[in-house]
Design a binder for this molecule. Structure first.
Ligand code: NAI
Ligand code: MG
Length: 499
């Protein structure tokens, strides 16, 4: 115990929770070095293959949410800058990209994939610094899956006629792509790779709190010799995004983010010829039946909600436990929570990193208050949080009413509501009782139960005895307020083609 306290004093950034007599393993700090990440003090807009000063003349800072220190300053594109980027994309589409043989296009996409792999370490460090997610995740999930998306779609580029046998297919033109802060590089890859493979050109805007890995990707794209204008990456906040959405010469809008902004975009695009895909929020149910392997289920639930601080649209934020195993599951959850390490995202031992921004932190705290007011019981682990930065302990709510806001609204933080159920029908009804329908998880030993639930749940993805598994080959997307259209896999190609 004494030695744990000492470690904590020495290392305020990475702090293991204290558990009296728990026999917990003490981890020495293992921070990843920042030295292999080259970050410029200032970034301009990547337009037509070059970094160009913004016509707006404006810049804004991006900070490290784990330290609140400024990392870099990036350009804020206005409508005139957006217009420049769209013109570059249109020109590249008309003169080069739409005319290039598909197998030549594929070579560029493969090259970008390989270059992401070569710079994997640097990209992971920058992702973690700019967004606050644990380095283990950026290193093992974000960056490798981003590379895999480019590899996967490069493979399709010259085989589209096999994907759509006997059909006439054509690219759309210029795609405007707006992405959020929870998987910055991965979302960029997710959007850019299928667009390029199908012969479109791109104007992409990363989120204002996490622009740096997209700008690193712009450097990679520049070095890959991709023809100028095929991919343009511009930075800015909501107004820049709106200028992309409203630009008359864009053929397709792909958006991932909040349901509120998704609705604004849908209204803006209605009545135009723009194609649109929206990937919005979620309030996923994770369901544990009494015949499930409980330790494995608890591990999956923890991964499902605390992974990336709950900043995941498909986070398993609602847990349903069959009544007969409720007590034991709750105890197992609390025991496991006590071992989670909250702290320095660059430390390889860290399980839960920093909340992405002050604004998001405030939003999560607002929901904690709402939950308590609604009469739910809040449980948090006793961990010591770093003094600087946006951190919070993993949080459970029990005694949660089905109608309560914490069980209905997307919190997008490390907060899990727990409810019980008796029968299959009851849990299906409860799980479906949400405005969203992106994903769900089922934990049971019985295949028949899995099939029963997966057919009745209104969710785009249902994981069985696992959670948060992503792969470029499988389509992803939701029902209801979670949006429409599918990304990933063969389905992801259709979003960028007229078939
Ligand atoms: P947001 O939807 O405002 O931001 C997402 C992206 O949209 C950013 O690039 C932003 O600059 C851009 N944007 C903002 N307003 C726009 C507009 N009017 N037109 C075009 N683009 C616009 O999300 P925010 O405010 O960062 O997060 C709020 C909540 O949204 C979170 O608490 C969470 O519940 C949800 N969210 C869901 C995500 C998902 O993956 N489904 C990702 C991020 C947030
Ligand atoms: Mg940042």
């Amino acid at each position: 115990m004494a030695s744990i306290s000492k470690t904590i004093k020495k290392n305020k950034q990475s702090v293991a929770p204290l558990l009296e007599g728990s026999g917990m393993i003490e981890y020495a700090p293992a921070p990843e070095s920042k030295s292999s990440a080259k970050i410029n003090a200032k970034y301009d807009l990547f337009i037509n293959g070059k970094f160009e000063k913004p016509l707006s003349k404006k810049y804004f800072d991006t900070i490290n949410p784990a330290t609140e220190e400024k990392i870099s300053t990036v350009a804020e594109a206005n409508a005139a800058d957006v217009d420049r980027a769209v013109k570059a994309a249109r020109n590249a589409y008309n003169k080069v990209w739409s005319k290039m043989p598909a197998k030549e296009r594929a070579k560029y996409i493969y090259r970008i994939a390989r270059m992401i792999q070569e710079r994997a370490r640097e990209l992971a460090i920058i992702e973690t610094m700019d967004g606050g997610k644990p380095i283990r995740e950026s290193r093992d999930i974000d960056v490798p899956i981003a590379a895999n998306h480019f590899f996967y779609y490069a493979g399709w580029a010259d085989k589209l006629q096999y994907a759509y046998p006997n059909k006439k297919i054509e690219s759309l033109g210029v795609a405007g792509q707006i992405i959020p802060w929870n998987f910055p590089l991965l979302m960029a890859a997710w959007k850019i790779a299928p667009a390029l493979a199908t012969g479109n050109t791109v104007v992409l805007k990363p989120a204002e709190t996490t622009p740096l890995t997209a700008l690193k990707l712009a450097e990679i794209i520049q070095e890959s010799d991709l023809p100028p204008g095929v991919v343009n990456i511009i930075t800015g906040a909501g107004a820049t995004g709106a200028a992309i959405v409203n630009h008359p010469d864009i053929n397709k809008i792909a958006f991932t983010g909040s349901t509120d902004v998704g609705k604004i975009i849908q209204r803006a695009v209605a009545g135009t010829n723009k194609k649109i895909t929206l990937e919005l929020g979620g309030k996923a149910a994770n369901i544990i039946f009494d015949d499930a392997p409980l330790d494995q289920a608890v591990e999956g639930v923890i991964n499902g909600i605390f992974f990336n601080q709950g900043h995941v649209c498909c986070a398993g934020s609602r847990l349903f436990v069959q009544e007969s195993v409720y007590k034991i599951v709750l105890q197992k959850l609390k025991d496991r929570l006590a071992t989670l390490i909250v702290g320095d995202p660059l430390d390889k031992n860290t399980d839960i990193g920093a909340i992405n921004s002050k604004q998001q932190m405030d939003n999560i705290h607002k929901y904690l208050k709402i939950g308590e007011k609604e009469g739910a019981e809040m449980y948090q682990t006793q961990c010591i949080l770093p003094k600087k930065g946006f951190f919070m302990p993993p949080t459970l709510f029990t005694n949660v009413a089905q109608s309560s806001r914490i069980a209905q609204e997307e919190i997008f933080g490390p907060v899990l509501t727990i409810q019980t159920f008796r029968t299959d029908d009851e849990v299906i009804e409860k799980a479906n009782n949400t405005p969203y329908g992106l994903s769900a998880g089922v934990w049971t030993d019985k295949g028949s139960k899995i099939f029963n639930l997966t057919t009745k749940m209104r969710a785009g993805v249902v994981w069985a005895n696992t959670y948060n598994k992503f792969d470029p080959t499988s389509p992803f997307g939701g029902y209801k307020e979670s949006g429409f259209g599918r990304e990933g896999g063969l389905h992801g190609l259709s979003a960028y083609l007229n078939v």
